[in-house]
Design a protein around this ligand. Sequence first.
Ligand SMILES: Nc1ncnc2c1ncn2[C@@H]1O[C@H](COP(=O)(O)OP(=O)(O)O)[C@@H](O)[C@H]1O
Ligand SMILES: [Mg+2]
Length: 387
Amino acid sequence: MSRSEIERGMAKAENYERRALTLINKGDYPAALGELIKAIEKYKTLAARFQRSVLYDRWLEKADELLVLAKKIKGKAKTTPEMVKEGAPISIKDCDEVGERVDPETNKLDFSKLAGMDKIKKILRRTIEWSLKEKEKMEEHGLEPTKGILLVGPPGCGKTYLVKCAAGEFKIRLLIASPASTFNKYVGETPKAVRKVFQCGEKMTPSIIFVDEIDKLLPDPSRSSDSSGVTGQALSTFQQEMDGAQSGTGFIVMMATNDPELLHPALSRTGRVSYRLYIPPPDKPTRAAVFRINLEAPKLILEPEVQNFDLLADLTAPQDGWYYASSDIEEMCRRAKEKRFEIIIESGNEEIPLTLDMLKEAINSLKPSISPKQIHRYEKWADEFSG
Ligand SMILES: Nc1ncnc2c1ncn2[C@@H]1O[C@H](COP(=O)(O)OP(=O)(O)O)[C@@H](O)[C@H]1O
Ligand SMILES: [Mg+2]
């Protein structure tokens, strides 16, 4: 390996990089892009030529970072030097600041843990797997990779959970941005947070970025009480980023809301969103499966009657138009298991089964959480927009 050749190569790459940054600061993006591309090529050439160098990883990392930067400034007419600076390279670790990161290695969920939703599973399998893994083939056959997927439905019926299960099923990375995990930390700076979320999608590719409770993050500015204009800026940043997230970026944007009426029409109607899916309250087979999934544990013994999950599903059928959410059923199971555990701790006998009576008591202690009025609203939305 030639030391001087490496040194010369690095000096050139760093030179291109410096020139690019100067040009960015002057606002001359086309020229900056040219320099960036030269720098990227230089770093890649170094890596290819000197594969055993201790600097090998660093060169590839550098090339990656600059590529992100190049994509940022490419095709953005209204880019300002500030925006580009904010768009400067970030590391995967920085993504923890803007959301909850779930890696395939730590994700314990997959579709086997998700009750019902067969149609949705099928759509996601097609759209996510194809878009991330068969992108070129799709294009060759005249199909566009999926851009955004919007999930709409009552609280507690599995929107957030579904996304986690999908990421686990397809073994791809996931970044969940939500009011709690993200936007708390960026009060008054939502546009910045939005940009970071998208940068992370690119950094973590192939990945899903999931903006949970998007109505709270990006409410329709005309309905919002915010007078600072940040809401409007955040929305337009989001739209720009969605448009910029070209098919080649290797991440999919998913969004969820309990309140579709609060969304700006740009999010619910235009081509920016490839699919709008209604996630309804659980039907009978789904309720049975939610019971089954929540009543499984190595030492959890069930009375034979409790193993009749269809019966449990019947006991939680809608009443006068009021529906139980999946999260209600999860809570019933928790209460019944807790009751049993209390008896085990008192008696020291772990062989005691969970009885139908324990479950009935738990079921009766919870009222269905979804009202007929809510259902009506969602169904109206689904009629108009979903698909
Ligand atoms: N289809 C399902 N199968 C199994 N468990 C579910 C399902 N849907 C929801 N749950 C349970 O209910 C909880 C609440 O669901 P969540 O995804 O948070 O609802 P949402 O995001 O729609 O408000 C989840 O953590 C999960 O344990
Ligand atoms: Mg949720």
